[in-house]
Each structure stands twice: as C-alpha cells, then as structure tokens.
Design a protein around this ligand. Structure first.
Ligand code: IPD
Ligand code: CA
Ligand code: CA
Length: 257
C-alpha cells in the first residue's frame, strides 16, 4: 500500500464534515464583498491538514484558508477544502474537496470529492482517472459547435478591470460558436467534468493552485489537454487555464481574448 492509497480515505473522512456543513446553518465571513468563507471552509481544511500531514510528512501543505504561500515547493499538496463555497452557501450541490499532490512541478496524484452528489474523482500519474472507481475519458467532440463548454468568473470581476474584459470578450467570441457554455461554480468539478466527457472544454482566468492542482491530472489522465491561453503547457502560476478533450484545443485557444 502506497501513501497515495490513503488519499481517497482522507477525502472521505473530511467529506463527512463537509456534508454536515452543507446541510447546516453557516457563519459567513467575507474575503471581499462577494468572496465568502464559512466556518466549514476553515474546519474542513484543518481536518485535511491534520490527516495529510501525518500521511505525507515530507510534503508542504498549501491550503486556501491558511496559506499565503505562493511558492511552488518540490513536494507540495494543494488543498481546497471547499471548492465552490458560493454554491455550498446557497445549497447548490456543485462543491467539492480538492487535493492535488505535485512533485517537481508535475501532478502525481489527485482527488476531487463531492460528498453531496457522492462523486469521487481520483487520478494517479500514468494510471488513468476514475469516478467512483470506474475509468473515465474525455469526450470526442471535434468541433466547437458540438461542444458544451464550462467556464467561471473570477472574484476580481467586481473591479470591472482587465479580468472582467477578458471574460466578456472570450465569452462573446465563444458563445455563438458552441453548443452552450455552463458556469457550475467549482473549477475543480469543471475540470473533472471535462475528464469524464460531460464538458468538451473549460477555460477560466485567475484561478489558484488549489483550484486546479487535482483537476489538471484528472483531465490529463482521462486523455485530455491542459494548457495556457497561448497553447503552451500550463504551470500553477499561470493566469489562464484551458482544458479540453484535445480535439477542440486549437479552436478553443484561438477564440479566447
Ligand atoms: C472558486 C470556484 C469558482 C471559480 C472561482 C474560484 P472557491 O473557488 O472554483 O468556480 O470561478 O474563481 O475561486 O472560492 O469556491 O474555493
Ligand atoms: Ca476554489
Ligand atoms: Ca475554497
């Protein structure tokens, strides 16, 4: 048994607290006027850090609620205790725990667990991606017209600055060309849904390492592609992420602002 085998059990253990919180009254504090945090974001992260710390002592733990760390250590575990907090608060069931393990700037294992819908995505480098233990693969749409895309809107949109303009222009370009565009509210789940072929592609600006560290591996192991806006390989300090089934990659990148 390798330490990675513990990853699913760790996500499930913290998932009980997540699920309790989903159905409970929440205390809300604000990182900005629209960026919410609940006591469960903090508590689930604490729980995950305790469990991961004892299983993976040689890795640096970087969690959304407790790290100002924007470096990228050789061995790192990026933790988002609740990806999709706005959904979590509003009772919309697209929210998940995301844990991504990286070594030498590459993803080696990841889990995205949505306890509300009981969907557990897991991937290990070179071993494929699974949903609840069953292998998953990207879809085979080869044109934008046949593609259902997903995207997200950055919290910086309230400033109506460059991020907002990029969102509006990219959507303006892509919306008429595609089957449609969804905004589910959890980047980790969006990436997993590309991996399982629900979406043919996903793009977003201003995500953080904990949002994508697990989902990137899910897409790659399911046969898809993850890149920057210019098509070059994605790194965790990038501003724009583009993930897709590989077949619509060039058309998708071409139409981003
Ligand atoms: C957010 C979600 C959302 C994305 C935001 C993220 P949070 O994470 O992934 O889909 O559009 O940019 O910050 O704040 O719910 O952990
Ligand atoms: Ca997040
Ligand atoms: Ca979060």
């Amino acid at each position: 048994m390798t330490p990675f085998d513990r990853l699913i059990a760790i996500a499930q253990e913290a998932g009980s607290l997540f699920l309790e919180g989903y159905h409970a009254q929440k205390e809300i504090t604000y990182k900005s006027d629209i960026d919410l945090v609940t006591q469960y974001d903090v508590a689930v992260e604490e729980k995950l850090k305790g469990l991961l710390g004892s299983t993976f002592p040689e890795y640096t733990l970087i969690g959304e609620e407790s790290s100002d760390d924007h470096t990228f250590p050789e061995k790192a575990i990026y933790i988002d205790p609740i990806d999709g907090t706005t959904n979590f608060v509003h009772g919309i069931p697209f929210c998940a725990i995301s844990i991504g393990i990286w070594e030498a700037q590459r993803p080696v294992a990841g889990v995205v667990y949505n306890p509300v819908l009981e969907e557990l995505f897991y991937a290990e480098a070179g071993k494929g991606a699974t949903l609840n233990g069953e292998p998953i693969h990207v879809d085979d749409a080869d044109t934008l017209t046949r593609s259902l895309l997903a995207t997200g809107f950055p919290y910086t949109k309230i400033e109506k600055g460059k991020d907002y303009e990029w969102v509006m222009q990219s959507m303006g370009n892509l919306l008429p060309l595609t089957r449609d565009i969804r905004r589910l509210g959890s980047a980790a789940i969006d990436l997993c849904y590309v991996a399982r072929g629900t979406f043919s592609g996903f793009y977003e600006i201003n995500l953080k390492p904990w949002d994508v560290a697990a989902g990137i591996l899910m897409v790659q192991e399911a046969g898809g592609t993850v890149s920057r806006a210019d098509g070059k390989p994605y790194t965790l300090d990038e501003r724009i992420i583009v993930a897709n089934n590989g077949k619509i990659h060039d058309d998708l990148v071409l139409n981003l602002a």
